[in-house]
Design a protein around this ligand. Sequence first.
Ligand code: KIV
Length: 263
Amino acid sequence: MNKKLTITSIKNAKGVKPLVMITAYDALFAKLLQESADMILVGDSLNMSFGGKNDTLSITLDQMIYHTNAVCNGARNSFVVCDMPFGTYTNKEDALRNAVRVFQETPADCVKIEGGEDKAEIVQHLTSNGIAVCGHIGLLPQAYRSEGGYKVKGKNEAETVQLIKDAQAIESAGAFCMVVEGVKADIAAEITKSVEIPVIGIGAGADVDGQVLVFSDMLGFYEAFTPKFVKKYLDGAKLVKEAAKSYADEVMGKEFPKEEHTY
Ligand code: KIV
């Protein structure tokens, strides 16, 4: 079994070893995924992937805490990141109170918050009060409604300058790593060079310090749409449907259960 990473070993991985992050929302998948993942992210994407909602915005802190405990129960050997939900870190006091709840009510190793320069003061308040923070800049899923959709960032000079400022601001505020989402690959590479902490990309090309994917995308369970940045490592939806159909056929044909399944 892999040794559990620490904040120090994650920071030291920069430029040495690419970091592997995968989301999980329950104990079963967390246990399966921990063998290959350095870090498991209990992303607020669970609102979509698990909850079937259109965006991440309506997930609550109680729900994040419930799922983070489930993941930690399954992945006892993994470094676990808990996403702070939309609206739970709009000011320093709320952010600290809510992040302390995550630390007191779950064994998560850090919280993740979306935002750059505009959130640096909040990141600083959390890190100076004993909460480890993973940043998240670029495309911000929690800005889905305010920005009118998911917007790839780094498409012009002004956005690029802001992204570098964002990365450096949250590094200076004490974040130990950051997710960079939906950013043009050459700009993500520039961001990666501009900071000393690891940059974990999603839809940000190859020249970063690690990658994160949502597990249900990566395993091909989500059929409706496949974003350009996703690679399916399993045709999960097809396999699940075939298995369920075999079971249904055998039940209807009275082939299951057989002698060996019977007390
Ligand atoms: O919620 C999530 O799954 C995330 C990833 C997209 C990085 O934040």
